[in-house]
Every structure is written in structure tokens, then in C-alpha cells.
Design a binder for this molecule. Sequence first.
Ligand SMILES: Nc1ncnc2c1ncn2[C@@H]1O[C@H](COP(=O)(O)OP(=O)(O)OP(=O)(O)O)[C@@H](O)[C@H]1O
Length: 239
Amino acid sequence: MLVLRDVSKSYVDTKKAVDSLSLEVKKGEIIGFIGPNGAGKTTTLKMMTGIIQPTKGSIKIAQEDIADSPVEAKKNFAYVPDQPTVFDSIIGIDYLNFMADMYDVSLQDRKNRIETFTEAFQIDHALTQKIHAYSHGMRQKLLIVGALLSNPKLFILDEPMVGLDPHSAKVLKDLMKEHCQKGGTVFFSSHGLDVVEDLCDRVAIIHKGKLMACDKVEAIKKRRDTTLEEVFLEMTKDA
Ligand SMILES: Nc1ncnc2c1ncn2[C@@H]1O[C@H](COP(=O)(O)OP(=O)(O)OP(=O)(O)O)[C@@H](O)[C@H]1O
């Protein structure tokens, strides 16, 4: 579903924000992407989604190369960035209808999904309000609902739990699990090791742009016979 081959990114000079990263995510998997601040998580996600170009390497989503066939590749995923930046001057429901139009979601499907997801995230009451009146968490939830509307094969989420209250975080975790059970795929970055441990089939650890491990949580823990936190701290400590 998602294949990264030897992907690197340098923003300035030769310093690599992401360094020769390769990984494969299969259909139906849920992968947590963890690493310290500045490790290269957002950069990797932005390259996957075509927002920025790799300096080297290739990325395929559902067999479509994001550089060569961006439109075809983009039909297969939805992305929720870490900053919930969204048009401020429109009302919530207009944003959701705009997203549904972009992805050709039928009127019946969008009605059902908007109802279901906005009720679950408790933002249904705010849909006729302008987005500039939304709190950070409400914006985050609006973006998540907008991403869910097209029922994409792959969800790419950058620190999706940040700013969510416990109820909404639980709703999102359940939706992510359900999506994978139905054959969808989820790739998300996080600083929450407990969330990753709870949700993920596999965890990918990045440090200074390099992939340190990509394996089942249990297998990673077993290698050193300790907790995920200990392994994470050990793998990402400065040499
Ligand atoms: N637009 C940019 N211009 C120059 N350097 C950048 C830019 N964006 C990111 N970087 C650098 O690339 C490296 C990786 O940053 P990135 O945002 O991908 O890390 P991250 O793992 O998402 O961090 P965090 O957990 O703090 O969000 C950092 O050294 C950062 O300073």
C-alpha cells in the first residue's frame, strides 16, 4: 500500500532531515511512527503526501508514484497535518462539503458520514459556526472528519492525538482500528508510546533522519527484553 525506497531530504546544504529511509506498509496494517523532536517524522509524512519533494528516492502509494502520478496517488489517501490549519472564514459544514466534493463523495454517503463522525467527535452542534470560532481541538476534529469522508484506503496522520480530549482520542483510536479491520491502512506519527503500543501492528522508530527499527512492538521489546519506552530511549540517545 505504501512503499518508500531510499528516501532522503535535505532542506539546507547537505544536512539530511531524512536519510535513506526505506519501508513498506501492507494493506490492513496500522503503523506508528515515533522519534524524538526533529527526528524527521513530519518531513517523511510531507514527502509521502507530495507536499514536499524528496532530494532522493521514491514513494509509491497503492502502486502510484507520488512524484510521477500525483493525482492518481492522492486518490488513495487522506492526510491530517499536525497543525489544524483550515480556511477560517467559512462554516464547518461548508468545509466538509468542500472535502466531499474534492473526493467525489455521493450526497447520501456524505450525509451519513458527516452525521456519524461529527456526532462521534461532538462537533455536530458547531457545523454552522465559522471555523475561526473553533478551538484548536475542534479544528483538529473537523480536519479528521474531512479526511474520513472519502473513506480513503490509506490514512496518513501527523500526531493526531495532540489536542484531543480523552473522549475524542478514544473515538479516533476506535476509528483507526475499525478502518484497518475493514482492510484500510493507517500510518501515523506520535509521541505517545502507549498509544502506539495499544494500536499498532508495527512501530517504526526514526532518529536523526534514519530508520532505527520497523517491527512488531513485541519483537522490538523482546530484542532487549524491556519496555518500548526503554528501547526507544536507548535507540534515540545521542551517541
Ligand atoms: N522547512 C524547513 N526548513 C529547514 N529545515 C527544516 C524544515 N522543516 C524541518 N526542518 C528540519 O528538519 C529536521 C526534521 O524536522 P521534522 O519537522 O521532520 O521533525 P519531527 O520528527 O516531525 O519533529 P517534532 O516531533 O518536533 O514534530 C529538523 O532538524 C528540522 O529543523
